[in-house]
Design a protein around this ligand. Structure first.
Ligand SMILES: *Cc1c(COP(=O)(O)O)cnc(C)c1O
Length: 364
C-alpha cells in the first residue's frame, strides 16, 4: 500500500466507457416540454384520488411480487399477446435492451441497428463490451437501405438487431417487406421496438411466433406513464426463458406494479388521450408545413422531425424557442444525416399553439 499511488479509476474503468459521455437530460423546470415524447395530459382529479388510495394500502415494507403476475396478466390482455408467447417486464424498455445485450454479450458479438435510431442501442452495446454497427438509413426518406443492411448482416453476423418501429428520431415506419427480409437473413435475434405503438396502427405483436428469431418490445412510457418506468418484451420461450434468468428479481417496484395495473384498468382514459395526440399530430404536421424555413417529415409517432433549409437555422430555432420557454430536441450535430434537424414532441392543443406562435414570431 502506498499513499503516493492510490488506485486510479482511470486504470480500471474500460477505455470505451471513459470515452462515453453520460446520457444528457437538459433542465426543463417550468418549460413547455416538447423534447422527450411524453404524453402532455395527466389524470383527472377523481382518478388521482382513487390511485392514491390504492397506493396508500400498499405494503412498502414487503418486496414486490417478483413475477409481477397480476400486471403481466393485465398487459397480456390489454396488448392481446398470444398465450403461447412469453412476457418479461423491464424497468423501462431501456432495461430490456440491457437484459438482451447482457444475455448475448461477448467481445466478438455485434449489436446492429439502423442510423439514426434510438441511442440506447449503441450505448448499451458499448456498456456490455459489444461491437455496435449502425447501418445508415436512406437520406431522402429515412427508409432502410435493404441491400446495405443485408450486406452488413452478412459481414458482421449480428447477435441482435434492433429496429424501432416507428423509428426514433425519424418518426417513420419501415417497409414490412424489408423487415421480413432482415428477419430471414438475421443469424440471431431481431427485436422490433414498438415504443410508439399507441400512435400507429401497425404492429408486429400479432406476427409473434411466425418467426423463431423475432421478439417485440413495448413500453408504457410514450402512452402516458413515463414516470412509472415499465417496458415489456414478448416472444418465444426459447429466447425469453433465457432473458428471464438475467432479469433482477424485483426489477418492477411495487408502486409501479400497482399503478400500471390501475392505469390499464382505466385504459379508456389513455385511449382518449392517444386519439387527442393523434389529432394534434395531424394539425401540427399541417401547420408546421406552412413554414418555408424547414421541411416537415411524415410521422407515425407522437413527434415530428424537421429539417431546416439554411445552415445555422436549427440552432437559431432551438435557442429562440428556448428563450420563449419551449424545449424541443436539437438533433443537428449528432450525426451528418441529421444536419439541421429538430425533433418536436406533439403536445396538447395549447402547447402546440404556443409553439406555432413562437415559431411565427421567430421566423416572421
Ligand atoms: C423512448 C424509447 C424507448 C425507451 O422507453 P422506456 O420504456 O421509457 O425506457 C425505447 N425505444 C425507443 C425507440 C424509444 O424512443
Amino acid at each position: 500500500m502506498s499513499a503516493q499511488n492510490p488506485p486510479k479509476a482511470s486504470d480500471w474503468i474500460r477505455t470505451e466507457i471513459q470515452s462515453l459521455s453520460a446520457y444528457h437530460v437538459p433542465p426543463s423546470t417550468g418549460m413547455v416540454k416538447l423534447d422527450a415524447m411524453e404524453n402532455p395530459y395527466n389524470w383527472p382529479e377523481d382518478l388521482r384520488r382513487q390511485w392514491a388510495g390504492l397506493l396508500a394500502k400498499t405494503d412498502v415494507n414487503r418486496y414486490p411480487d417478483p413475477s409481477a403476475s397480476a400486471l403481466k396478466q393485465r398487459l397480456r390482455h390489454a396488448m392481446e399477446i398470444a398465450d403461447d408467447m412469453q412476457l418479461i417486464l423491464g424497468n423501462g424498455s431501456d432495461e430490456l435492451i440491457q437484459i438482451i445485450a447482457m444475455a448475448m454479450a461477448g467481445p466478438e458479438r455485434t449489436v446492429m441497428s439502423v442510423e439514426p435510431s434510438f441511442v440506447m442501442y449503441r450505448m448499451i452495446a458499448v456498456f456490455c463490451g459489444m461491437h455496435y454497427v449502425g447501418v445508415p438509413l436512406s437520406e431522402k426518406d429515412f427508409s432502410i437501405n435493404l441491400e446495405q443492411m443485408l450486406a452488413a448482416i452478412e459481414q458482421h453476423q449480428p447477435a441482435v438487431i434492433f429496429l424501432a418501429y416507428p423509428n426514433n428520431p425519424t418518426a417513420n415506419l419501415f417497409d414490412d417487406d424489408a423487415i421480413e427480409k432482415i428477419i430471414h437473413a438475421a443469424p440471431g435475434l431481431v427485436v422490433i421496438d414498438e415504443a410508439y405503438a399507441p400512435f400507429t396502427d401497425n404492429s408486429y405483436l400479432s406476427k409473434l411466433g411466425q418467426y423463431p428469431n423475432m421478439v417485440v418490445m413495448r413500453t408504457v412510457s410514450k402512452m402516458g406513464l413515463a414516470g412509472l418506468r415499465l417496458g415489456l418484451l414478448a416472444g418465444p420461450a426459447a429466447w425469453l426463458d433465457e432473458f428471464e434468468k438475467i432479469r433482477l428479481p424485483y426489477n418492477i417496484n411495487v408502486l409501479t406494479q400497482k399503478s400500471a395495473d390501475f392505469a390499464l384498468e382505466h385504459h379508456q382514459l389513455f385511449d382518449d388521450q392517444t386519439s387527442r395526440i393523434r389529432q394534434q399530430r395531424v394539425r401540427l404536421l399541417k401547420d408546421l408545413g406552412q413554414f418555408d424555413d424547414f421541411e416537415v417529415y411524415p410521422s407515425d409517432a407522437n413527434f415530428i422531425l424537421l429539417r431546416c433549409a439554411q445552415a445555422g437555422q436549427a440552432e437559431k430555432i432551438f435557442t429562440g424557442l428556448k428563450q420563449q420557454n419551449i424545449l424541443i430536441k436539437m438533433l443537428h450535430g449528432s450525426q451528418p444525416v441529421l444536419n439541421e434537424c429538430l425533433r418536436i414532441t406533439v403536445g396538447s392543443a395549447e402547447e402546440n399553439d404556443q409553439l406555432l406562435n413562437a415559431l411565427s414570431s421567430l421566423l416572421g
